[in-house]
Design a protein around this ligand. Structure first.
Ligand code: XMP
Length: 326
């Protein structure tokens, strides 16, 4: 796709037929742009990078090299799903990088949220750069830039941070969905055969669970965030809230509270549940989750997640709170 301005005549992609026409046109354009060269893509498993990966696999197959960096801050099952969908089902050339220890070691004892974000972003670039250097003959870098990224920022995905690669690793960019809005990217993703839970998934911040394990990240609390988040997602899916609520997750503060188990006083972490609705993430309202479901989720989390003895539901809209806790 050339140019960074969406032509006024460009039809909104709302149907499978329009998505297929877009895919056919992009496949042609991508083949013409790339020729027989190789393309590198940081594949997070989010909607945008997944759709770009699927488009490129269709257009150039094995000339695409996807790099999936597991920074240890992904949700339960996500790295496994990326491998299953892209390597096993789509036969993609996928490099899986287990960088969990690297990230968690760098983040140890770091309490300040913005510092945590910076470390995660910088370490991501470093890992990606190291992988890029191991590969020969890469001339292009694919990015899941979408139109709101161009309208709202400098066109670089903040959480991918690939704009930060060093001079000698500057590749020509391939950005096939850069003129599309999010809803159009989803329609294209569906037409490309990506699974619904990938195409329609809720927004997930680049620093991932790192900003939901509040304060300094510890492995045990991070695991508790991941497990409680999985329970919340499972229960929302079972109870018809998955496609209805815009964003929902759990967070755990870095302190314990007193509880009682089998007649003995115990100390455990509180888990905070958050479920919000919004159009643009600038303001948000709280989902009115049925009380019985909140009770059921509380029972499950306190029974199934180690060292958790309390569950709270965050009733605060944005403003005055933000959606994330840090
Ligand atoms: P807040 O907490 O600012 O969140 O109300 C608004 C939306 O932005 C997401 N968010 C982030 N996304 N990197 C991201 O890629 C971040 O550092 C980050 N912080 C917040 C948040 O999940 C919500 O959808």
């Amino acid at each position: 796709m050339t140019g960074n301005v969406r032509p006024e005549t460009m039809e909104r992609i709302t149907t499978p037929e329009l998505a297929q026409a877009f895919i056919d046109e992009q496949v042609k354009e991508l083949r013409a742009q790339v020729g027989d060269k190789k393309v590198l893509l940081a594949l997070s498993g989010g909607v945008d990078s997944s759709v770009v990966a699927a488009l490129l696999i269709k257009a150039i197959g094995q000339q695409l090299v996807c790099v999936h960096v597991n920074h240890g801050l992904l949700r339960k099952g996500e790295p496994e799903q990326v491998i299953e969908v892209f390597r096993n089902q789509m036969n993609a050339n996928l490099v899986y990088v287990d960088a969990v220890d690297r990230f968690l070691d760098k983040l140890a004892n770091v309490r300040e949220p913005e510092k945590k974000r910076k470390i995660i972003g910088a370490e991501f670039i470093r890992v990606f750069e190291e992988e890029a250097r191991k590969l020969d003959g890469i001339e292009f870098l694919a990015q899941g830039t979408i139109y709101p990224d161009i309208l709202e920022s400098d066109g670089v995905k903040a959480h991918h941070n690939v704009g930060g690669l060093p001079e000698d690793l500057q590749f020509e960019l391939v950005e096939p969905v850069k003129l599309l809005f999010k809803d159009e990217v989803r329609v294209v993703g569906k037409a490309l055969g990506l699974p619904d839970n990938m195409v329609f998934r809720q927004p997930f911040p680049g620093p991932g669970l790192g900003v939901r394990c509040l304060g300094a990240i510890t492995r045990d609390r991070l695991e508790a965030v991941r497990e409680s988040d999985a329970i919340l997602r499972e229960e929302f899916a079972k109870n018809g809230l998955e496609g209805k609520v815009w964003q929902y997750f759990t967070a755990i503060p870095d302190f314990k509270s007193v509880g009682v188990t089998d007649g003995k006083r115990t100390e455990g972490w509180p888990v905070i549940l958050r479920a919000v609705n919004t159009k643009d993430a600038m303001t948000a309202t709280v989902e009115d989750v049925p009380f019985e479901l909140l009770e059921h989720i509380t029972k499950r989390i306190t029974a199934e997640v180690k060292n958790v003895n309390r569950v709270l539901y965050d009733l605060t809209p944005k403003p005055c709170a933000t959606i994330e806790w840090e």
